[in-house]
Design a binder for this molecule. Structure first.
Ligand code: UT7
Length: 321
């Protein structure tokens, strides 16, 4: 038994913040942000929106595309690093909002790799017969943990959600997921406080994102190059077999480096970072949905999804769409 993607969806909050708008708040410029990252704008959740509400919208779109109802779903997995609450987890909140009957529902944290980790878990549950119709979501409200006075990070991140419905199939589908992590790099990209590690009373950086961007950049490029090579080797595939690269949307320069390693022209890379910045776990499913809906990705094509983020964590998914 394999799993295959039956439908995709995404949701971006209405409010758009341009680079120029940010330049009125911190010492930056549209030129710098575009040249160093490729980002042109980002979407920011409204006060009454949360990771669960964004997830719910993306899930509805994916369920419509897959032609499934709430009653069909029997597994919900959400990759997120910005959950609404300590508990219940975001998947339970989505379950309630969509009226999905009792089923396993859990969130997992793997930062920007959250969706690939979630996809891998759901794929295994479908492949082993533990689930028959899985909702897999990557969603974030990073704007809530961004220090809007720190130009080195606030220009990078945005909010959004992407989702897929996975169903069983006799033929792949998800061919493989390769996951990895190395906690020795935790100090290069992190948020300093959480539930168990509380901020001291005088802390002024409560839960902001901290990043040594330049160092993250170098490890990201190297790790992703190794990851895509390992993924191809596992299937004895030549680079030319890949129809589309659907990378985590953190930085155009990182994406270009991975595409170069695969000898893929940029026309074969789904690039959405310009429209919403780095949305962490939401970026890969949103990019996937973008290219499915605009008709670039066709059934039967071979997709390579990859991501890298805080932890560090990383992961790839090779998918026959
Ligand atoms: O999604 C999870 C993984 N995250 C990533 O993959 C992010 C990886 N890192 C990056 O994308 C890049 O490192 C950044 C976009 C964050 C930064 O680009 P960079 O080319 O590595 O720049 P840098 O950090 O080396 O900084 C270059 C200069 C510095 O000034 P000095 O020291 O040369 O005078 C920074 O202070 O740019 C300055 N700078 C800025 N200038 C204008 C940093 N942020 C800004 C800014 N506007 N927003």
């Amino acid at each position: 038994m394999y799993s295959r993607i039956a439908g995709t969806g995404r949701y971006l909050p209405e409010r758009i913040v341009t680079n120029s708008e940010l330049a009125t708040r911190v010492d930056t410029s549209d030129e710098w942000i575009r040249a160093r990252t490729g980002i042109e704008r980002r979407h920011i959740a409204a006060d009454d929106e949360t990771t669960a509400s964004l997830s719910t919208q993306a899930a509805r779109a994916a369920m419509d595309a897959a032609g499934v109802d709430a009653a069909d779903i029997d597994l919900i997995v959400v990759g997120t690093t910005t959950p609404d609450l300590v508990f219940p987890n975001v998947a339970c909140l989505v379950q309630e909002r969509l009226g999905i009957p009792a089923c396993p529902a859990f969130s997992l944290e793997a930062a920007c790799t959250g969706f690939i980790y979630a996809l891998s878990m759901a794929d295994k549950m479908i492949a082993t017969g533990s689930a028959n119709c899985a909702l897999v979501i990557g969603a974030e409200t990073l704007s809530r943990i961004v220090d809007w006075n720190d130009r080195t990070t606030c220009v990078l991140f945005g909010d959004g959600a992407g989702a897929v419905v996975l169903r069983p199939a006799d033929t792949p589908g998800v061919l493989s997921c390769h996951l990895g992590a190395d906690g020795r790099y935790q100090d290069l990209l992190f948020s300093p406080y959480g539930t168990s590690k509380r901020p001291p009373p005088d802390a002024d950086d409560v839960s902001y994102i901290k990043m040594k961007g330049n160092e993250v950049f170098k490890v990201a490029v190297k790790t992703l190059e190794g990851l895509v090579t390992k993924t191809l080797e596992a299937h004895q595939l030549d680079k030319s077999a890949i129809d589309w690269l659907i990378p985590h949307q953190a930085n155009t320069r990182i994406i270009q480096a991975t595409a170069k390693r695969l000898e893929l022209p940029m026309e074969k890379v789904i690039l959405t970072v310009q429209d919403h910045g780095n949305t962490s776990a939401a970026s890969v499913p949103m990019a996937l949905d973008t290219a499915v809906r605009d008709g670039r990705i066709q059934r039967g094509e071979l997709l390579l999804l990859e991501a890298f983020g805080g932890g560090f964590t990383w992961g790839s998914a090779l998918i026959r769409y």
